[in-house]
Write a protein that binds this ligand. Sequence first.
Ligand SMILES: C[S@@+](CC[C@H](N)C(=O)[O-])C[C@H]1O[C@@H](n2cnc3c(N)ncnc32)[C@H](O)[C@@H]1O
Length: 190
Amino acid sequence: MKIRESGMPEQDYWDSFFETGSILDKLGVTSACGDLVEFGCGYGTFTVPAAQRISGTVRALDLEAEMLQATNALASVSGVDNIELLLRDFVADGSGLPDQSADYAMLFNILHVEEPVALLREAYRNLSAGGHLGIIHWNHDEQTPRGPPLSMRPRPEQCRAWAEEAGFEMAGEILDLPPYHYGLLLVRVG
Ligand SMILES: C[S@@+](CC[C@H](N)C(=O)[O-])C[C@H]1O[C@@H](n2cnc3c(N)ncnc32)[C@H](O)[C@@H]1O
């Protein structure tokens, strides 16, 4: 089931909303990361830069073949070959990945999903002990140029509460990711 309000505008417009390198720096996506899973890769805006940083493989999930094709095209022109593209409805069917098979999980711009704690529990299941979860979402501000309606747009404190309900612990302060986003870095401790 496609997440509500998760359609994408034109790729160049979408990409203009993010300082991608700074966001990945602040969220600890570095060469110290092994394998990474991304729930909803979209155009590959973060997938490809993450793959360029980590030592392992990015498993990029999306239920839109068109999004996986765009990510694949971006990977090709960037000379990146450590991305595994997986056509998957992770809301209906989960990630399909084994327990504790990733060191990092990215939930970027998708936590307005109908059942956020269920999705966070799936990310938790996928992560090894000590593995990290990065969340970003649109600021709760009607001036942002895109993003889900404010009525369904979670605030950072809400994301934190949901993630803690799923078993995560905060691994730093809530982050400002200008111009339009905030972020959280969490950890699976046990
Ligand atoms: C708002 S976009 C965010 C893309 C990317 N995370 C980013 O921040 O650039 C959400 C993506 O999730 C995908 N998506 C929505 N529901 C999904 C589901 N149930 N299973 C897999 N992918 C889904 C959409 O196709 C879309 O590519």
